[in-house]
Design a protein around this ligand. Sequence first.
Ligand SMILES: NC(=O)C1=CN([C@@H]2O[C@H](COP(=O)(O)OP(=O)(O)OC[C@H]3O[C@@H](n4cnc5c(N)ncnc54)[C@H](OP(=O)(O)O)[C@@H]3O)[C@@H](O)[C@H]2O)C=CC1
Ligand SMILES: O=C(O)C(=O)Cc1ccc(O)cc1
Length: 440
Amino acid sequence: MMTVDPAELSRLQASKTIGIIGLGDMGMLYARRFTQAGWRVVGCDKEEHFERFKSEISDFEVVLNGHYVSRKSDYTIYSVEAENMDKIVSMYCSSTKVGGIVGGQTSCKNVEIAAFEKYLPKDVEIVSVHSLHGPKVNTTGQPLVLIKHRASDDSFRFVEILMSCLKSKIVYLSAEEHDKITADTQAVTHAAFLSMGVAWHNTNQYPWETPKWVGGLENAKINISLRIFSNKWHVYAGLAITNPSAHKQILQYATSVTELFTLMMKGRKQELKERMYRAKEKVFGHLGKEHEMLLNDDILQQFSLSKSPPEGKQLNSHLSILAIADSWSVLGIVPYDHNICSTPLFRIFLGITEYLFCTPGLLEECLEVGISQTEFREDDLEFTLAARSWHSIISFGSFDLYRQQFERTQKFFSPMLPEANKLGNEMIKTILERIHEKET
Ligand SMILES: NC(=O)C1=CN([C@@H]2O[C@H](COP(=O)(O)OP(=O)(O)OC[C@H]3O[C@@H](n4cnc5c(N)ncnc54)[C@H](OP(=O)(O)O)[C@@H]3O)[C@@H](O)[C@H]2O)C=CC1
Ligand SMILES: O=C(O)C(=O)Cc1ccc(O)cc1
């Protein structure tokens, strides 16, 4: 954690105003936390929401639109949908205070920085941010990326001091580095869990009601998938569609799923084994004997959505997990290198993959099931189709199709989403505490 001189903090808080454009989940989180820490905050949402926000919010100033925010603020953060970033920046940027600083919270920096460079007056500085967690996660200790794109050291220091109230772990990156890492971590993780959800939907199963999806690994898959479907579609669409590096990762994931499923169907056991052992060596080969695994089946066992979880476990090919290790292997990604900059969902995906590959005998068991049992063929086929369909939608850049596919499955799961969210929060809290213990 950085140290902040109290006198410097008081001087900045007395002289600077922080602006937030977009008072949705993340914008509101920032506005509230900055206000509570003693900063002067001014925010806005869409003009049509002004009266509602004005009557509901009393702890910071709410104004009609982004022009009023920009004129007053020394640091303005755009916290809006990625799809509309270019349009919204073009609307308000010319009102930015002379000599001010501007940044954004969007999950991919490619479009955000391009919009700032295109529309902002040259005297305006650019420092962008990205909190690598959802709005309901405790910010303490979570990664927060800071991007000093066009700014003096003093201006950057001001943003660092402002952000210190979140008690997050600051990670310093360029916009390009940020997008490359988040493509490797977030985008492909979401693609996997979105595909699980669509596959369950297309086979008309609520997995917590089916005796097939039993045990800790299955609980993690179900809870994360439903957690994603309980969020807003635009968050996931934006970070996948607007990030060119993400397209490559998601294509590789869909290709790995297809190729592994084909080997299973054809019964090409030796080829499948060699490929997965190669992936194991490339992704997990560097872990020493003393490496303590983050997750195991027992820890995850307690987080079942089922009212009376069946005993024992059902063997599964775990195609979705085999395919992520294969993708990392083919693309030469060592996921542990990204731990410093990872989201809770990515850490869990890595944790369950590590568990499957590093528990003696478990990988062999999965490969055997994949080759010789037909119990999961239909599910694996639907999963393959879903992974390929998400890849098509993302590579065509269609926000509209993304929304349709997402909301269709969201509706299917809607009766269970509140409960799944509660359980998912508990599961994430437990796992984050475990990560914290391991790190300290
Ligand atoms: N949710 C998450 O887990 C995380 C999200 N992010 C990123 O942060 C950004 C915001 O996400 P999040 O808060 O979740 O999304 P929300 O949809 O909750 O918030 C966006 C807000 O911006 C408003 N808005 C749209 N246009 C304007 C405008 N012209 N002027 C002012 N406000 C406007 C929206 O109104 P309306 O709803 O009416 O369109 C909405 O209230 C996104 O780019 C997302 O990718 C980053 C980290 C985590
Ligand atoms: O942890 C995840 O991957 C999430 O789903 C929450 C999330 C969504 C978007 C972001 O830009 C950062 C975090």
